[in-house]
Ligand binder design. Sequence first.
Ligand code: NAD
Ligand code: 6OD
Length: 501
Amino acid sequence: MHAKVKSSETEKNIEGKTICHFINGEYTGSANGKTFNTYNPVTGKVYAQVHEAGRDEVDAAVRAAKNAMNGVWGEMTVEKRLELLYKLADGINDRFDDFLEAECLDTGKPYSLASHVDIPRGAANFKVFADVIKNVPTESFMLETPDGKGALNYALRVPKGVIAVISPWNLPLLLMTWKVGPALACGNTVVVKPSEETPATTALLGEVMNEAGIPAGVFNVVHGFGPDSAGEYLTQHPEVDAITFTGETATGTAIMQQAAIGMRDVSFELGGKNAGLVFADCDMDKAIEGTMRSVFANCGQVCLGTERVYVERPIFEEFVNRLKDEAEKLKPGLPKEEDTSFGPMVSLQQRDKVLSYYQKAKEDGANIITGGGIPEMPEEYKNGFWIEPTIWTGLPETSAVIREEIFGPCCHIQPFDTEEEAINMANDTQYGLATAIWTENASRAHRVAAKINVGIAWVNSWFLRDLRTPFGGSKQSGIGREGGVHSLEFYTEMRNVCLKL
Ligand code: NAD
Ligand code: 6OD
């Protein structure tokens, strides 16, 4: 009855099956038998049932994580732990096709995207943090004392304990392992609550954990929703020592309130309303190629994506025309087809939300440069969650379309006349996640990047990731930085030993 998502299961044979929790090294259903549907966004059809965790399953998962922390995992040598993480990364790569199929079934994204971004990064997230841990020193100080003998202070880096990982649906494996990788490398154990929209690859990872020899209880998965469901039960659980979350800013606010009880630490990667700044001295080909990706990759469902594009007036018209031409070349289609460059939205609910902004843009008087609706699709896919890539101009900066995060394949393009004006418009938002600056003038690039209040400023690139760098958001786009040694600030605590000599 409680079939798990198994190796080499394809769309056909996952269909009609049940996705289970993974608790203490075993797949298990919910005691009350409660399940919910999960959909294939390409067809709009239910493809599996997912068990919804109640408080009992969440409690069992947290207890398993605590036991592993206080037992086999906590006692394991760092060398052995890191060896297991390497095996885990190899295990994901060995099962590359299974992960690819599961991820694209859940999200509808093209194989060409998931095979270059989601799955390889899912594996890399374990190796990178194993390497970080191997090479990080701790500090020591010699203190002089009146007796002349002194005292040696040295720091120990210790894991925090049980980490709750709450992840979103847009890059399910990548963003989940981005948290689980450093958490485990630092010696913590985890309970993961993947998005209700995309449970498959997180569930599948349980199998690879077992195959790699990760002890039972180190990695646990509970499925369900947020409020009054697994997400809230997990963040409320008193034995959870810290919470790492990726998702909407409003959800982060709710989780922070839960975290306050018991003084649990949080690391938050939240929403954005990112600006692209295109200067007249840019390399236009690069700017068009990069803006195309930053607006439309993953059907616009990337937190770092550009929804506001500011273009210097002398090149405004050319830029708009060229972006329109490229957007109209995007080809929606089946994930597996090689020429598919554009997938559906993850859910009907998300598509409705984005369509409501398409409507709002019309009401606010936008010029619709391209798109604005739902594309014609062949009969068998017409109930999928498809949407048109959309570009607008002509809106006032006060429009909700320019102020609120849409999280869809769309952007508004606004002209500007001075560098200062562009910077002011880019910064005029509650968010501060990312920006992309397009200019061939290195001094300008440096000057502008420093003035935009964001966690990451790309110059002549977008989503070019070096996992050793600090990653996170300013203002309402997040709390804390993860990546490289910065992840250790959240996933470990420093303990000082003062040894009187
Ligand atoms: P979401 O906030 O709706 O859900 C994220 C996760 O939180 C899901 O697993 C959900 O079930 C859970 N959740 C919801 N309410 C909860 C609650 N009260 N308590 C505990 N858990 C709860 O976000 P989403 O729609 O899945 O993802 C899209 C959002 O994520 C966008 O705003 C996007 O910008 C943001 N995002 C940010 C980053 C980043 O790095 N800053 C990365 C990806 C996505
Ligand atoms: O690349 C990453 O590490 C990362 N956290 C990307 C986030 C993408 C948001 O959708």
